[in-house]
Design a protein around this ligand. Sequence first.
Ligand code: S5P
Length: 254
Amino acid sequence: MQTYKQRAELCSNPTAHRLFKLMEEKQTNLAIAADVISKQELIKIADELGPEICVLKTHIDIIEDFDDDLVIQLQRLSEKHNFLLFEDRKFADIGNTVKHQYENGVYHIADWADITNAHTVPGPGVIEGLKEVGLRKGRGLLLLAEMSPKGNLATGSYTEASLKMAEEHKDFVIGFITMKKLLDDPCFINMTPGVKLVQGGDALGQQYNTPEKVIKEQGSDIIIVGRGIYQADDPLAEAKKYREAGWQAYQNRL
Ligand code: S5P
């Protein structure tokens, strides 16, 4: 099993390289899903939890008072605390449309998000469209090869076809949203949502596994944790627990 550091050296995509490198340096494989709806709450999470995480995952379109200053502040905090910005946009349209959704509109995602992601349901065109914008900026794309909620359709031959699309676009696709490690290629990074310290679910189909199960047993690389952290009484203390659990599971795997 290769270390994050060894994998950093193997990957030519600059975002994948940076991510593996910072994970090793900071000793964290924790990504926070900051699903809050105000600018102030998002900035607070980025600043307070920034030292604990490798990635800040946003849903920028749920912010009620979004403005360009939010993006400037997030970029500053990502430099201050050394984490990457991942806009969880889940692009899912034809190449020409996603290109504009990525580059234009209100959010200009390609200008600030190191990482974004896409569903593979439209076929390889979705990757090609995003790549026209993101590759020259050194960005990285994750494909949703598997999903966490009950009854989702990203399984079997759909997952297999998604892996193939990734292999055909290795310059831009840096990995997967997945429940487990799917390919042996060390340059694909596996990020797993649906993580809590205790297994379970929510009322809307979400299913949770523990950091130990996700990283050690399922061979994933990064745990994505939302409500488990930001809804805790003390989010910073809780983030430290997840960080410790995720890193311990990685070391046990090695
Ligand atoms: O299959 C998925 C893919 C994603 S990216 N299941 C998910 O839950 N996610 C995202 O992970 C989801 O959009 C949310 O931002 C986060 C999980 O949040 P939590 O509060 O359930 O930990």
